[in-house]
Design a protein around this ligand. Structure first.
Ligand code: ATP
Length: 154
């Protein structure tokens, strides 16, 4: 059987349809690691981590931050059902920076009743949003992100 020429990519959150496009390639943040999908990929189901998803149309790449949910891969389509998904250009950098600051403060002054895992996820989401927003032409520079990460690692 001939390979399909393209993939139909759909990215859906509980609130709305974020992407429905014909694309040439997708890279997905699976909970077991990032994986790439080209037309003709073997069918598979994967759970999603907090991370960056990109898709390519011709020479152009488009970036989104996504978190939690599932990806269904078929030879001619990829469906992402994610709890959270934002296109790079829709990310509010100030909000992500505030979320990062709050999470860092919580993690650096642990209290006995603190939900450590929740604070860790908030920090991961904010770093991921800042990384993805830097993919837009007006976004933050990559060096800035590296500096922030180094600070987090201490
Ligand atoms: P915050 O602490 O900044 O409010 P949160 O962790 O409470 O973030 P989420 O549960 O991650 O928020 O997301 C709630 C909704 O807000 C989702 O629809 C998500 O896409 C959107 N959202 C959260 N942060 C941003 C951001 N920095 N830019 C754009 N949309 C965002």
């Amino acid at each position: 059987m001939a390979l399909p020429a393209h993939l139909v990519l759909q990215i859906v959150t509980p609130d709305r349809l974020i992407v429905k496009e014909q694309v040439d390639e997708v890279e997905i943040p699976g909970s077991q690691g990032y994986f790439g999908v080209l037309p003709g990929h073997t069918p598979m189901l994967a759970s999603l981590a907090v991370g960056e998803l990109w898709y390519r149309k011709g020479q152009d790449k488009f970036y989104l931050s996504i978190a939690f949910g599932f990806a269904e891969v078929l030879p001619d389509r990829v469906t992402i059902l994610a709890r959270l998904a934002e296109r790079a250009e829709d990310i509010d950098i100030g909000r992500a920076e505030e979320a990062k600051k709050r999470a860092e403060e919580r993690l650096s002054q642990p209290k006995s009743d603190m939900d450590y895992e929740r604070a860790r996820i908030a920090l991961t989401k904010s770093l991921m949003r800042l990384q993805v927003s830097a993919r837009t032409p007006g976004g933050m520079r990559v060096g800035e992100l590296k500096r922030m990460r180094d600070n987090v690692r201490g």
